[in-house]
Design a protein around this ligand. Structure first.
Ligand code: PMP
Length: 307
């Protein structure tokens, strides 16, 4: 197991933060008359949701084979991205590495939080330039973390050699696995006990078909999970969201069936696209979408928008 002193990577104000104590934490139990949170006694959604999402984490723990205490639930993974910046990067001083072309929110969220970015583009075959990443992290002590997206949006491929990065990068490594359910055997979630600096993000928005619900997950060492827990807004995941995610997890057959349909349709789409004259190249995809090179891309784009 790699040793990393996580506390040294955390912003001092977050390390010292005394988290908000929610009324629901003061009393353990489900029976009784609740007077402690100034709620309304009427209605069906009158109570604050469980701030620890216990029922959802218990079920997720079974499905994902990760202990509940190593799971964090966010209001979509976009909330997790924002929290990671706020926990580890001092605004105006510290920075992160991203590897474009990649998911746009790593940059937007860094800009919102006034976090510097070192951009180290993917190689021509859309893989990480690991040597350059390690050199940059070594030379620039403001670098606290790196976002890697696998399968990557928008290229669709899995990133290789992530363990080499994990073995040698001593900041936080965030592996965004939003599309991993389309190639689950490649998840890094089984490595969270080997690398205390690894955060694996997943989401209900893609293969679980719940983008409207806003539920994202992070799997990591307990220390990182407790930092995420104390920094999040207490009721970040609504009761409706928690219930919808829980409900979906109870229908594994439907999940499996839909995923198979999407993967079959992806293969069918690739085959049909390959017959078209405008299509120059279809890149290999481990996700639910395809990166396709076409001739005269802007014209085709505009025509599709018109239609
Ligand atoms: N990561 C990647 C790579 C994505 O493509 C997306 C959504 N397009 C997200 C995260 C956002 O996920 P969520 O809906 O859970 O916020």
């Amino acid at each position: 197991m790699k040793t990393v002193d996580i506390e040294k990577l955390v912003r001092p104000n977050i390390l010292a933060l005394k988290p908000y104590s929610s009324a629901r934490d003061e009393f353990q139990g489900s029976e009784g008359i609740f007077l402690d949170a100034n709620e309304n006694p009427f209605g069906t959604l009158n109570r604050y949701p469980d701030p620890h999402q216990k029922a959802l984490k218990t079920k997720l723990s079974e499905v994902k084979n990760v202990p509940a205490k190593q799971i964090f639930i966010g209001n979509g993974s976009d909330e997790v991205i924002d929290l990671i910046y706020r926990i580890f990067c001092e605004p105006g001083k510290e920075s992160a590495i991203i590897c474009p072309p990649t998911y746009g929110m790593y940059e937007v969220s860094a800009n919102i939080n006034n976090i510097g970015l070192q951009k180290i583009p993917l190689t021509t075959d859309f893989q990480l330039d690991i040597e350059k990443i390690l050199q940059t992290a070594e030379a620039d002590t403001s670098v606290k973390l790196i976002f890697v997206c696998s399968p990557n949006n928008p290229t669709g491929n899995r990133l290789e050699n992530l363990e080499k990065l994990l073995d040698n990068f001593n900041g936080i490594v965030v592996a965004d696995e939003a599309y991993i359910d389309f190639c689950p055997e490649h998840s890094l979630k089984s490595k969270i006990n080997n690398y205390p600096n690894l955060i694996v993000m997943q989401t209900f928005s893609k293969a679980w078909a719940l983008a409207g619900v806003r539920v994202g997950m992070a799997f990591a060492d307990e220390k990182i999970i407790s930092l995420l827990d104390k920094t999040k807004p207490p009721y970040n995941v609504s009761a409706i969201n928690q219930q919808a995610a829980l409900e979906t997890l109870s229908h594994p057959d439907e999940f499996e069936e839909r995923r198979n349909t999407i993967l079959q349709q992806k293969a069918h789409l690739a085959e049909e696209l390959s017959k078209m004259e405008i299509v120059k190249r279809i890149y290999p995809s481990d996700a639910n979408f395809l990166l396709v090179e076409v001739s005269d891309a802007n014209r085709i784009y505009n025509e599709l928008v018109q239609k």
